[in-house]
Design a protein around this ligand. Sequence first.
Ligand SMILES: [Mn+2]
Length: 329
Amino acid sequence: MRIGKRPKTADRILKAVREARSICVAGHMRPDGDCVGCQLAVGLALRSQGKEAAVWNEDGVPPAMRFLDPEGLMRKPEPGKRFDVVFAVDAASFERLGEAGRCAAERGLLINVDHHASNTRYGDVNWVNPHAPATGELIYRLFRYGRWPITPRIADCLFVAISTDTGSFQYPTTDPASFEIAADLLRRGANLGEVCRRVYHSHPLRRARLLQHLYNSFRLSKDQRIAWAWLTPEVFRKAGADPLDSEDLIDHLRALEPVTVACVFQEMENGRVRVSLRSKDPRVDVGRIAAALGGGGHAAAAGVRLRAAPAAAERKVLSAVRQALDLAA
Ligand SMILES: [Mn+2]
């Protein structure tokens, strides 16, 4: 496919990578398919260019995506290791990098490639395009601009990145280019059957138990436009699940016909409440709601961590959502 004119930022990134010897490819905490897909794709390319490349985010590769990393590229670098370049992908803020941000403490140069509108431009070089439905699309373009070979394995990684962040090409941010890039990745050897079986059809039973709890316990606002549910440490314990197993369960609440906004509240060990928000009405921007509360994300999918008691957190979030719904009505 034709990828259009190369932005100056992409040139700067390619030049910095060319000149670097050691590079850490960093991702955000609770990484999703977009994050690890991009991290591994870049990591593989750097290795094949003979660079010393570390690939790291504080939670590692989610189980469903481990097939993308058979030799364990994703590994914590030794503490205090200095990198010529730290290449952050899909992270809206420096804080979202969590522990991986420490790799950047003594770096030469920090590159930030991302597609979140809320991105804080924390890098020395920032390539932020909120119109891209996935960071994977930006990384794909970077490969093409730099003429980095896209091997079948790299095609798998980038396909996972784009497929997961577009909700399997369903979210309204999905555009013709997403399909064109996906088609090109299939042509280059991405294994659609394998990728979909691993990523979408291999959920562990403990995740189903969390979903059971969600379906059994979710609540609806009077007008049925808001659905919300709680996941407590006890629910996780009973399900034999860990906090990463709840990823994307919220989509089942958003998928209900009367519901416009779904919220899932998660009590965390440190006395904070993790809130996930999803909207299916483009006029109700949950990214803005989350940002007003100190979090971030996209118009259709966002989140925030609140330091508040559960009941207070719930009140605060639901009233903000209600307000946004009323404004859109
Ligand atoms: Mn993303």
